[in-house]
Design a protein around this ligand. Structure first.
Ligand SMILES: [Zn+2]
Length: 244
């Protein structure tokens, strides 16, 4: 994920909890499969496996909560690209996409900003954020996913694919904000919800710094309780599945 705040552009490495805990999960699932059905030992092993799943879920949510908190504290307006996660999840990158939890991050940013009176702008996924040159506005149709760096044929600027896209998204976000029209790009006020399982999520966040003084979130407790609920839900769902 690439973040651009108007001055600096930096990349946030997505976490891969599923991969990180894959070995632990495999070992404990193997142990579970060796237990006799209906036995007490099996019941214990189910709990042990569920704990690994909980750990994975907690790691991901912890990271996303911290990241979205930082983004919302630093900015009053956040522009994000509205990517088609369902489509991406069907591609080769599926595991990474799910693991990173782009949709969840959008969701967290959306409600945190809403609570603090900020604005969350989503740029339509058909906006050619990667293909436009952020310097001269020329559109380069020759780009494909494998090209990470390119030189604009018009102004000769060397572009990093994601950094260029985040610059374009920021500019587009400002344009949407200033015109506030519903046209080719959609404007979503901060109150708009972003569904987790829905079709949208983002890869690049582009931040706009309007005023450095953003009120701190006073209801962190609320995030944590929401967090716990979903954790236990995962663990319980897993337990149910195995007890049958
Ligand atoms: Zn150019």
């Amino acid at each position: 994920m690439t973040v651009f705040d108007g001055e600096t552009c930096y990349k946030v490495d997505p976490i891969k909890p599923t991969r990180k805990y894959a070995k632990r999960l495999r070992i404990r699932q193997k142990a579970l499969s060796r237990k006799v059905k209906g036995s007490n030992n099996r019941r214990k092993a189910v709990k042990v496996v569920a704990k690994v799943h909980e750990k994975i879920s907690n790691t991901r949510q912890d990271f996303l909560h911290k990241l979205s908190r930082k983004l919302c504290d630093d900015n009053q307006v956040i522009v994000a690209e509205n990517l088609c996660v369902k489509g991406l999840a069907r591609s080769k990158l599926a595991k990474s996409i799910h693991d990173a939890g782009f949709g969840m991050l959008l969701n967290f940013i959306s409600y945190k900003l809403k609570r603090e009176g900020g604005k969350f702008v989503q740029v339509d996924r058909f906006f050619p954020s990667s293909k436009l040159c952020s310097c001269c506005g020329q559109k380069n149709d020759l780009l494909n996913l494998s090209i990470r760096e390119w030189i604009c044929p018009h102004c000769q600027t060397v572009h990093d694919r994601d950094k260029n896209a985040s610059r374009n998204l920021r500019a587009e976000g400002i344009r949407i904000m200033s015109t506030n029209t519903v046209g080719h790009t959609e404007f979503q006020a901060c109150g708009e919800t972003v569904r987790l399982v829905g079709t949208c999520a983002k890869k690049r966040v582009s931040k706009k710094q309007e005023s450095p003084a953003t009120p701190l979130c006073g209801s962190r407790r609320e995030c944590q309780s929401g967090n716990e609920n979903s954790q236990t839900r995962v663990a319980h769902a897993y337990l149910r599945r195995h007890e049958n």
